[in-house]
Ligand binder design. Structure first.
Ligand code: MN
Length: 509
């Protein structure tokens, strides 16, 4: 009973927090979701022995930092209820409506995508040795990340999933070592990169730092010790610089907040690998963050910094006019600081700061805040020549700046024009929407395409001209007697299939 009370208190605290921006009517619906989850998870415990309900309530609480809407809070509280036996999505639909049901279903579906476990229907084909050899681990992981985003019709599903992952990582200790390792590995390879793609630096950093000791225990311990020895010296210099800067800004009338932020351990580790493992060459172990009101003040502040301390040649980066692909904006400079210590200073406006911590969610947070005028909406301008699929996210980010209906924006498909199907061996075949088994066959090999006579999707026979669906496992039957047919030209969607069929006929067949 004591445990039940603890969760009720936890829920009450959450409720107070979200009542800042949600209406009493919405809170009432959320209470109902809590009561429902309480019934579903009754008596259930996590590996740590605590009441299961603590977890979904905490997931909602983690999300509270990005000011979610009521449907997201409800879906967070309900996100694991479909794992319990008598309950299915119809219960949720009936009690809480389609929107919440769709979110919960989306989160549940994502749970099936894992890198290393063989119990889920996704990873069985994906783990096939031939696949791994052919695709290489990196491409395999990249495909999974793509698919994870592709399967998500609503960005809120990803946000809930990331919060879920955060709480799971924070409470990983009681699990079996092999299980911990697997979950941590998935976190590093799947979830942290997705948080990064979405510009959510704060969550990405925490996910990586939580996973680091489970995946690379020795490296983690060694680095932690090194940093602990190194940091105090560094801290003195940073604090000194901070004071000098604050005084100087006050003199010229720049309003600024200045923080010293210790670099996340995992990203430090990655960086060290590029710098001969030499800690002395890492100048942003503690970066000085200067947060000012607007873009102009950023450049003004940079001028002041350079007047105080000489910058290192080639280390001034203007991510305001040239943002990083995930939308990150700031001015970075590295200077010879007080008493010769080399320091990195990062200067950004308040909206840029929110973006660097919370990414896509920051926009949500900003538009959600009623006191913010529309001029506070920032557009994210991003450079072009990046990985193709990032374009989708980028377009989406750009559209954020002028879309008024936030709900419609949140539901934007990342990859509405692409589908992902599997070969029986687990290769992912990336196709334009509307593609047929003929396209699929040509994608595998021209001879497979030329000779295809039939297909199955998830073990059911389908027509060669049927439109394939996301996630289907497609098998092609071939015959030596088959040849490309002219009428295929009118159904295929890929350029590869079309040109191959044409070639066949222009070669005189
Ligand atoms: Mn969960």
């Amino acid at each position: 009973m004591a445990k039940t009370k603890a969760v009720r208190d936890q829920y009450a605290a959450l409720r107070t927090r979200i009542s800042e921006w949600l209406s009493p009517r919405e809170l009432k619906k959320i209470d109902e979701a809590f009561a429902f989850a309480e019934r579903v998870h009754a008596g259930e415990r996590r590996a740590s022995g605590e009441s299961y309900l603590r977890h979904p309530v905490e997931v909602a609480n983690i999300l509270a930092s990005i000011r979610p809407d009521a449907a997201t809070v409800m879906a967070a509280i309900l996100h694991d209820t479909l794992e319990e036996k008598p309950y299915d999505v119809r219960h949720i639909k009936r009690a809480f409506g389609d929107e919440v049901a769709t979110l919960v279903e989306g989160v549940t579906k994502l749970d099936r995508i894992q890198l290393n476990e063989t119990s889920s229907w996704f990873s069985i084909p994906l783990l096939h040795r031939r696949t791994k050899e052919r695709l290489g681990h990196e491409r395999h992981v990249e495909s999974l990340r793509k698919m994870l985003l592709a399967m998500t019709k609503d960005i809120r599903v990803i946000l809930i999933k990331l919060a879920d992952r955060l709480d799971n990582m924070r409470t990983l200790a009681p699990l079996r070592p092999d299980k911990r390792r697997r979950i941590a590995q998935d976190t590093l390879e799947l979830y942290a990169p997705i948080a990064n793609r979405l510009g959510m630096g704060e969550w990405r950093g925490e996910l990586q730092d939580l996973a680091f000791p489970y995946v690379y225990p020795q490296e983690h311990a060694a680095l932690q010790e090194r940093v602990a020895r190194f940091l105090p010296r560094y801290e003195v210099a940073v604090n000194q610089a901070k004071q000098i800067l604050a005084d100087e800004f006050a003199k010229v009338g720049i309003k600024a907040e200045i923080h010293g932020r210790v670099k996340h351990l995992y990203s430090l580790w990655l960086k060290l690998q590029r710098y001969d493992n030499d800690l002395e060459r890492i100048y942003d172990l503690i970066a000085l963050r200067v947060i000012v009101n607007d873009d102009t003040a950023c450049y003004h502040a940079l001028g002041i910094v350079h007047k105080l301390w000489k910058p290192l040649f080639g280390r001034i980066k203007d991510y305001i006019s040239l943002p990083k692909p995930n939308g990150y904006q700031s001015l970075h400079t590295t200077v010879f600081g007080p008493s010769g210590h080399i320091l990195e200073v990062q200067i950004r406006s308040r909206p840029m700061h929110a973006w660097s911590d919370q990414g896509i969610a920051a926009h949500w947070l900003y538009s959600g805040a009623k006191e913010q005028g529309s001029d506070k909406r920032r557009s994210v301008v991003v450079s072009r020549n990046e990985l193709g699929w990032l374009d989708e996210i980028r377009k989406w980010q750009q559209s954020l700046s002028n879309v008024t209906d936030l709900k419609a924006t949140l539901k934007t498909d990342f990859f509405s024009d692409r589908i992902f199907c599997f070969t029986p061996a687990g290769d992912i075949v990336d196709l334009p929407a509307g593609s047929t088994p003929i396209d699929f066959a040509y994608q595998i090999h021209t001879t497979v395409g030329d000779r295809c006579i039939g297909a199955t999707a998830d073990n059911k026979n389908i027509s060669l001209t049927a439109a394939l669906k996301n996630g289907q496992i497609v098998e092609i039957r071939t015959s030596d007697k088959q040849h490309p047919r002219r009428d295929w030209l009118s159904v295929v969607k890929t350029e590869k299939a079309r040109s191959r069929i044409r070639t066949h006929f222009t070669n005189g067949h």
